[in-house]
Design a protein around this ligand. Structure first.
Ligand SMILES: *[C@@H]1O[C@H](CO)[C@@H](O)[C@H](O)[C@H]1NC(C)=O
Ligand SMILES: *[C@@H]1O[C@H](CO)[C@@H](O)[C@H](O)[C@H]1NC(C)=O
Ligand SMILES: *[C@@H]1O[C@H](CO)[C@@H](O)[C@H](O)[C@H]1NC(C)=O
Length: 401
């Protein structure tokens, strides 16, 4: 009954939005029309922004660190720029459930409990995320998984005031991902609180093709590592799913490594620029309590963030490749185009983006806003040609005149 109503509602939404790409029969699930079938919990209308503990701290977390990160998010000015989720990854819960089967915070590292932490984070006008697992235990093996406990755990999260769930895929008991993730999605819907659902299924069962009706974002790849080879490979692997992303449901090529020390400043600038262009979640993964000025400058670039958060919500793609020289581009609201000229080679190189490959008519004249230098070049026509350093990029927004 309820499902039927939901489909009616979705159908209505479809017909009332400007471009309808496909209509599915009322009874069959909206599998291939991902962009139009997003989970309508109202969340993730633009990619989520915030912080997650894993890339820097792994299991070495406690409630003091999380509070200090929330403080730093506000004090650094990052919160004002849109980074509002403070997400705790694996290792926040006790090894065992309590006698009623409830998840409980680890008493030695989170002695005040999750409700208290959520209250603290909310007091800073930020939101709290937690981590769970669609299997018998989490990936670190330090926490119980939620398989078979979906309703109970979702209610616990809601009762604590949790705003976001990252849901991992370890110890799956031989069950395929889709029903396990659907069960948690339903449990969150029934929990009484609007909770952002981030699927961390690692792309194993092509979640882009089914997860938009289940959650607000879905990992498309394995875990990122803090090095150039990993970051570039993940950007490429994520690219093929571009057409499935849109407001309410995003491809997730994993969290940012900017500031963790394994890449150069220019490599991190490339990482951030590409993640922004492809409408990836912007989840900071470094210790923002002690970030360098370079790290802060990258994470705080409002021009680049605006591309990520553009209301059109279309994922940019690799549109041109000439050896190690690449052009990535995508449309923005107002007929504008975002372009990244990315030099993945080991020498400085010239890169030319032709109007035909980025979706402009040959005769179109644009103003080109360089998002990292903040300079505007007026009246550019036919192509955009720049010299780009090794492992660096230049990022522009082109506004047709
Ligand atoms: C999902 O939930 C249904 C209803 O509770 C249950 O029968 C089914 O076994 C669950 N599936 C998985 C994979 O957990
Ligand atoms: C970082 O920036 C601050 C303020 O913008 C400045 O006072 C400080 O000297 C800078 N630190 C370094 C190491 O450049
Ligand atoms: C490109 O040019 C054609 C023909 O002049 C025109 O119909 C079309 O609207 C133009 N497209 C853009 C994006 O300007």
């Amino acid at each position: 009954m309820e499902e039927k109503l939901l489909f009616r509602a979705l159908l209505f939404l479809l017909l009332s939005t400007s471009s309808v790409v496909a209509i599915w029969p009322e009874r069959s699930p909206p599998v291939a029309v991902a962009r139009r079938a997003a989970l309508e919990n109202g969340l993730g209308r633009t990619p989520q922004m915030g912080w997650n503990s894993w890339n820097h701290f792994a299991c070495n977390i406690n409630e003091d660190i999380i509070r200090q990160i929330a403080d730093a998010m506000v004090d650094s000015g990052l919160a004002k720029l849109g980074y509002d989720y403070i997400n705790i990854d694996d290792c926040w819960a006790a090894y065992d459930r309590d006698s009623q089967g409830n998840l409980v915070a680890n008493p030695s590292t989170f002695p005040s409990g999750m409700k208290d932490l959520a209250d603290y984070v909310h007091g800073k006008q930020l939101k709290l995320g937690v981590y769970g697992d669609a299997g018998s235990r989490t990936c670190s093996n330090n926490m119980p998984g939620s398989l078979g406990y979906e309703e109970q755990d979702a209610k616990s999260f809601a009762s604590w005031g949790v705003d976001y769930l990252k849901y991992d895929n370890c110890n799956d008991q031989g069950l395929s991902p889709q029903p396990r993730y659907i069960n948690m999605s339903k449990a969150l819907t029934n929990s009484g609180r609007n909770i952002f659902f981030s699927l961390c299924e690692w792309g194993v069962n092509d979640p882009a093709t089914w997860a938009s009706s289940v959650g607000n974002s879905w990992r498309t790849t394995g875990d990122i590592q803090d090095n150039w080879a990993s970051m570039t490979a993940i950007a490429d692997a994520n690219d093929k799913w571009a057409s499935y992303a849109g407001p309410g449901g995003w491809n997730d090529p994993d969290m940012l490594e900017v500031g963790n020390g394994g890449m150069t400043t220019e490599e991190y600038r490339s990482h951030f620029s590409i993640w922004a262009l492809v409408k990836a979640p912007l989840l900071i993964g470094c210790d923002i309590r002690s970030m360098s000025n370079d790290t802060k400058e990258i994470l705080s670039n409002q021009n680049v963030i605006a591309v990520n958060q553009d209301k059109l919500g279309v994922q940019g793609k690799k549109v041109q490749q000439d050896g190690d020289q690449e052009v990535w581009a995508g449309p923005l609201s107002g007929g504008r185009i975002a372009v990244v000229l990315w030099n993945r080679g080991s020498d400085e190189a010239s890169i030319t983006a032709s109007w035909s490959s980025i979706g402009l008519n040959a005769s179109t004249i644009v103003d080109a806003h360089n998002l990292w230098t903040d300079e505007v070049t007026s009246s550019v026509q036919g192509e955009l040609k720049e010299t780009v350093d090794t492992h660096a990029c230049k990022m522009f927004v082109l506004t047709p005149k």
